[in-house]
Design a protein. Structure first.
Length: 436
């Protein structure tokens, strides 16, 4: 080991042990209005930001402008002969707080169609990347490549008045959301379909056209994509991708810069990348057990062996929720209505029966219930989208709806530059000494 790395190893291990001892003895001690546990714990549960489109309740789950997911599935406009809400309707609701009419959603769909043309240089930028580059990296690059078209950046350079910031942000938001499915589908076809592209169908809605450009014409998949894009759209402002959008945007970086940064956060294994980890864990279990129809007892044994090896059960647990994620339950209802006999889906349901009691028995888990990631992979696999590395891109396209709606509000309300106070562990030592 080189001398610098050796010294850093010694220093970091010593400080890590000291911090653990400090928190064990003084973790609940207040620093201003928060505890030391929160200072060191990733700012968990500190209420300190405004996020208008949605609110997460630990018992009820996510509410978009006060509406639960079951209510949205009932009230939002649908595609002709469709059963699931159109994501366009949710964006309208998140932006202005009102359930749109069918005509209003139709207008929004048509508006996005008109804005959906992606500059040719964006595809060239993506094509310059090695084909094995992770799809989320390619998506982030694609968004950054569009930044030269930012209305906000151009108008700010020209001397835009701050009262117009929201207007320029709105224009960028509308262009970004309109273009994202085309960019995301281009990446999918480039990586997994030998570069053979499927051109947009302007007669389709936003989610249906995304499914079409991916290369899936099954009506069931298009319905699932509409549901997927709706339920993944927002989860209040404290999660990593939403908070990243807010933080970067608070510097007056334009929405392209903020959204690309958000996608980089979403790509992390502790955030959006988790959805691909779930299906991989299930498939490994199937391979290990040698059956696609395991019993609950077999699943329980495999779960226990996973936990005994020091790993977590992917798709279970949530930082805020204390009940099953309504987004999981919405997907379960969709599966019950459309594909109740799918072996992989049945495994997901059996895991739902088995895992919570096991996690609860450990006595250390606040939320033993499944989150949204626990079900989506099985549905995507059923419809033929089997490329796990791409799943987070679907999440990203959806999440853009909520974070960009919130960005419009941040500029309209002139929310300030985000700048929390940080301290060193030496400061904590001196603080504790003074307290004694």
């Amino acid at each position: 080991m080189d001398p610098l790395k050796q010294l850093f190893t010694e220093k970091s291990q010593a400080l890590g042990k000291e911090i653990k001892d400090i928190l064990k003895e003084h973790g609940d001690k207040q620093v201003d209005t928060v505890s030391l546990d929160q200072v060191y714990g990733g700012m968990r549960d500190i209420t300190c930001m405004i996020w208008e489109p949605s609110l997460l309740d630990s018992e009820e789950g996510i509410r978009f402008r006060g509406y639960s997911i079951p209510e949205l599935r009932e009230k939002l406009p649908r595609a002709p002969k469709g059963t699931e809400p159109l994501p366009e309707g949710l964006f309208w609701l998140m932006l202005v707080g009102e359930i749109p009419t069918k005509d209003q959603v139709k207008w929004l769909t048509e508006n996005w169609v008109r804005r959906a043309n992606v500059p040719e240089h964006v595809f060239r930028a993506i094509d310059a990347l090695p084909i094995e580059t992770h799809p989320m990296t390619q998506l982030s690059v694609g968004v950054m490549a569009m930044q030269n078209t930012s209305v906000f950046a151009q108008r700010y350079t020209s001397g835009m008045n701050k009262t117009e910031y929201w207007d320029a942000t709105y224009e960028d938001t509308m262009y970004l959301i309109a273009r994202l499915p085309r960019v995301a589908a281009y990446i999918y076809r480039r990586v997994y379909c030998k570069g053979e592209q499927t051109l947009p169908d302007i007669s389709l809605d936003w989610g249906g056209n995304f499914a079409h450009m991916l290369g899936f014409e099954d009506a069931g998949f298009k319905e699932y994509m509409r549901l997927f894009l709706t339920i993944h759209a927002d989860h209040e402002g404290g999660n990593a991708s939403a908070h990243t959008t807010h933080l970067v945007g608070s510097t007056l970086s334009d929405p392209y810069l903020a959204l690309s940064a958000a996608f980089n956060a979403l790509a992390g294994p502790l955030h959006g990348l988790a959805n691909q980890e779930v299906i991989r864990w299930i498939q490994k279990m199937v391979d290990t057990l040698g059956t696609s129809k395991p019993t609950r007892e077999q699943i329980a044994d495999y779960v226990k062996s996973t936990l005994a090896s020091g790993r977590v059960i992917p798709g279970y647990g949530h930082a805020v929720l204390r009940k099953p994620d309504p987004r999981f339950m919405a997907q379960r209802q969709f599966a019950e209505d459309h594909i109740p006999d799918n072996d992989l889906v049945k495994i997901v349901w059996k895991i739902f029966d088995v895992v919570p009691p096991i996690l609860t028995s450990l006595g250390k888990v606040k939320n033993p219930w499944p989150n949204v990631d626990a079900h989506s992979g099985a549905l995507l696999m059923h419809y033929g989208l089997k490329e796990h590395n791409y799943y987070t891109v679907l999440f990203a396209v959806s999440r853009a709806l909520g974070v960009l709606a919130a960005q419009c509000w941040a500029r309209a309300l002139s929310l300030p530059l985000e700048r929390p106070k940080s301290v060193t562990t030496q400061w904590v030592r001196e603080f504790l000494e003074k307290g004694d």
